[in-house]
Design a binder for this molecule. Structure first.
Ligand code: ATP
Length: 267
């Protein structure tokens, strides 16, 4: 795995819980992420990954726990906290009536990006959207919407990026561009949370992994630490680690026995 660019704290999530109709979706989750770090967020379906990302992004309200970006509380100091953040959702929905280029214009205005045009051109070229620059959002294919979402997120050079299954729908060239741009952004100091079921992708890009199961953190650390901590072979792949970790915790609902036992030594 690559080394992170620096160890500056960017995001701190402390004791965050979220319930839907009384049922826990995320349960007392604590973690943080440093500048230049790529954190792989993995877990079975329903583990609470999207709920966590949507709350950090300010889309879902936070009622229990505390989330800070550069020390700004995402609830109380929402504007300051969000200034540094970009978000690529798992199913981006561009504005139907704006063209691709107008989306970039809009994001530049929203984030007050000066001299954004050259960067916009570079991003459109990198993500092969030049031919679609005048196409309306509603006319884009699934993969093109994903590429546009990357372009909009990357435009303001965010300090923290949340990626929820970012490669879904991308063609092979798009996948390569996305992977390269994630690594580049991190090497420039951006903190990246990469949530994905593509464990090879996570193993390739992430400096650390955070495994959730039924809303609870069951592991956070490097893959080397996971190999040492979770009872699997010394050369275990992330897939094998994932299977073992989630199998052991899989029989308990959040808040019950295995989930209540202390997680393996972390961080
Ligand atoms: P996946 O890998 O399938 O995308 P996930 O880890 O992102 O899953 P979440 O989408 O965060 O999981 O869901 C966590 C839990 O919260 C699940 O039990 C899910 O059914 C529940 N949940 C999510 N959204 C809602 C909602 N709007 N209303 C009720 N329950 C919800």
């Amino acid at each position: 795995m690559p080394e992170p660019a620096s160890a500056e704290p960017v995001l701190r999530v402390v004791d965050f819980s979220k319930k839907y109709e009384g049922k826990p979706a995320v349960d007392h989750l604590t973690f943080d992420i440093a500048a230049g770090e790529i954190l792989g967020l993995v877990g079975p379906n329903g583990a609470g990954k999207t709920t966590t990302l949507r709350t950090i992004a300010g889309i879902l309200p936070i009622k229990e726990g505390n989330i800070r970006i550069f020390g700004f509380d995402i609830d109380r100091d929402e504007v300051e906290a969000k200034k540094y953040l970009a978000w690529v959702p798992d199913d981006p929905q561009p504005f139907d009536t704006l063209t691709v280029y107008e989306h970039l214009e809009f994001y530049a205005a929203l984030h007050k990006v000066q001299n954004w045009q050259q960067r916009a051109e570079e991003l459109l070229t990198r993500f092969e959207l030049q031919e679609k620059r005048d196409a309306l959002g509603g006319e884009l294919s699934r993969g093109m919407r994903q590429k546009l979402s990357f372009c909009c997120a990357w435009l303001p050079k965010p300090k923290i990026v949340l990626l929820d299954e970012p490669l879904t729908g991308l063609d092979p060239r798009g996948i390569r561009s996305a992977k390269q741009s994630i690594v580049e952004l991190a090497s420039e100091g951006t903190a990246v949370i990469l949530s994905s079921h593509l464990l090879d992708l996570v193993a390739e890009l992430a400096h650390r992994i955070l495994i959730l199961n039924r809303g609870r953190r069951i592991f956070a650390g490097t893959i080397a630490e996971a190999r040492a901590t979770i009872a699997v072979r010394a050369d275990a792949t992330l897939e094998e680690i994932f299977m073992t970790a989630t199998e052991n915790a899989g029989d308990s609902a959040a808040g019950t026995s295995a989930a209540a036992s202390p997680p393996p030594k972390i961080e």
